[in-house]
Design a binder for this molecule. Structure first.
Ligand code: ATP
Length: 127
């Protein structure tokens, strides 16, 4: 059994390596994550262009990275459910749908924050 109590730099570095592998895997094979990655990059470039202040950047980062992180948890949940059963089961459906609902709710919040912060600046740009 692993000794989880003591600090080990090697363990910390391997955890980091596995996390990077997870991101690379999602970026290569997860359609929804690819969409979030693309949308997030566009919004970050737009935010640089519109010169957000520090507080606005903080809200944008919480929104963008939060959606991506939640999408990864959703993908992990899908795999765990598929590993647990290959049968149709109401609990499997609920587990997947609840995880998807979490992504949806957070994404709605992120879109609202994006519109509230970027909307007025974009309107100002054109008028
Ligand atoms: N074992 C199962 N039993 C019952 N319903 C399931 C089961 N697996 C999936 N479902 C239902 O089918 C939907 C689609 O499942 P799927 O595994 O394709 O995930 P998904 O949400 O389409 O994910 P993605 O397309 O991102 O991989 C789920 O959201 C769920 O409602």
């Amino acid at each position: 059994m692993k000794d989880r109590g003591s600090f080990s730099l090697i363990r910390l570095l391997s955890a980091f390596k596995y996390a990077i592998q997870g991101i690379q895997y999602a970026a290569k094979s997860e359609k929804n994550f690819q969409i979030h990655l693309f949308a997030g990059s566009v919004v970050i470039m737009l935010s640089f262009f519109l010169r957000l202040d520090k507080i606005e950047w903080i809200f944008m980062m919480i929104s963008i990275f939060g959606v991506m992180a939640l999408e990864l948890v959703n993908s992990a949940m899908e795999r765990a459910v598929d590993l647990a059963t290959d049968k149709i089961h109401p609990l499997a459906k609920q587990a997947k749908d609840l995880a998807a609902a979490a992504v949806l709710i957070y994404t709605l919040m992120a879109v609202l924050i994006g519109v509230l912060i970027l909307g007025p600046k974009m309107i100002q740009l054109f008028y």
